[in-house]
Design a protein around this ligand. Structure first.
Ligand code: ATP
Ligand code: MG
Length: 342
């Protein structure tokens, strides 16, 4: 899964004196909205409930979490669109609450979805408009627009109206818009949402190429394999709190093992589940039902336990299947989110 051409450059390029790209301390963000008859009822949603986070310069950092976890809220706070209710947020060494205007020219933001582009005009005209908005000097606009169109692979389509664009092309144009002013730090909220596998792969390649040029990227995703493929470090956000933050490898160790075994069969009983849990090296057993069939997922710490031993313990079962695979980030994520919920 890991793309061999991608080499993560641990951010030493900028030097230790420059400090991290992002430093978030105990950030809370509450939304107040109204609902009910004549919107009289006040509703408070604590979207962020004390987030601490540090992202180094040059890093490609992934923020994962289920729907409603607070990912977009955090991205908006970091990119000066929303003020935190409390806590401190420094981006490129600048306090975003005190000095958002100094932050904005140095960051890029790409929020997913269809909004934010003008459909009736061409890609190039869109980029020209945003160049003005972002203060790209007029003398440099033509060159810069050509550059970003080439970067995202839209040179051929540059003069077509955006309404004719596919979703993947629109997403590329969003990215082009986000990097027009050569930001040092780029926020990408679900950059591959709704893209087909090929377009998603192209988008990931683009993201890697930006990081290779020294841009720091913080991206959010629901797709665990995407974070696994792209990011060196990830944080898992659940209900407004970071429940884990580590390298993909580190997260695997945290939830108890690099190895996962899947056992499928009928009618496993509690005694058998207890016996499996008691096997040396087994850190976790999760049971799922598929109609009459059950699947047991075993997280395994030791290298010694074999699928044969597990099968031996359950040999009374007909139609038993025991397979081994590598623990994916998705497993890790589900374990973490489940632990948080229980
Ligand atoms: N403008 C708003 N007004 C009120 N509540 C909001 C607003 N925006 C978000 N929320 C709430 O804040 C919480 C966090 O939402 P947020 O959009 O940050 O989550 P998310 O992790 O980005 O989710 P998703 O994966 O679905 O994009 C949710 O409970 C959401 O309902
Ligand atoms: Mg979101």
């Amino acid at each position: 899964m890991l793309d061999a051409t991608f080499i993560f450059v641990w951010p030493t390029l900028a030097g230790p004196m420059d400090g991290p790209a992002i430093r978030v301390r105990d950030v809370k963000r509450t939304y107040e909205s109204r609902k009910g008859f004549f919107f009289q009822e006040k509703v408070r949603t604590e979207a962020l409930r004390g987030v601490d986070l540090e992202v180094a310069r040059g890093e490609l950092f992934g923020l994962l979490g289920p729907n409603g976890a607070g990912k977009t809220t955090l991205v908006k706070v970091l990119s000066t669109l929303l003020l935190p209710t409390s806590g401190s947020v420094e981006v490129l060494g600048i306090d975003v609450a005190k000095d958002p205007r100094r932050v904005r020219p140095r960051i890029g933001l790409v929020l997913g979805g269809e909004r934010g582009l003008y459909n009736r005009i061409s890609a190039r005209e869109n980029l020209r408009y945003f160049s003005d908005l972002y203060g790209v000097p007029p003398s440099q606009q033509g060159r810069r627009i050509d550059e970003v169109l080439a970067t995202v692979g839209l040179t051929e389509a540059a003069d077509r109206r955006v309404e004719e664009f596919s979703r993947g092309m629109k997403q590329k144009l969003h990215l082009a818009r986000g990097i027009l002013h050569e930001p040092e730090l780029l926020f990408l909220d679900e950059p591959t949402i709704g893209l087909d596998p090929k377009s998603a792969r192209e988008m990931r390649k683009l993201i890697r190429s930006l990081v290779a040029k020294g841009v720091t990227v913080l991206l959010t995703s629901h797709y665990m394999f995407e974070a696994e493929e792209l990011c060196h470090r990830v944080a898992v956000l659940s209900r407004g709190r970071i429940v884990a933050r580590d390298t993909v490898q580190g997260l695997r160790r945290l939830v108890g093992g690099d190895r996962t075994m899947e056992v499928e069969g009928y009618g496993f009983d509690d005694a058998e589940l207890r016996a499996l849990k008691a096997l040396p090296g087994v850190s976790r057993v999760v049971t799922e039902e598929f109609g009459p069939r059950q699947r047991l997922t075993l997280r395994i710490r030791s290298m010694d336990l074999t699928t044969g031993e597990v099968a031996g313990l359950l040999r009374a079962h007909r139609g038993l299947e025991v397979k081994e695979r590598r623990t994916t980030l998705e497993d890790v994520y589900l374990d973490l989110v489940e632990e948080e919920a229980s």
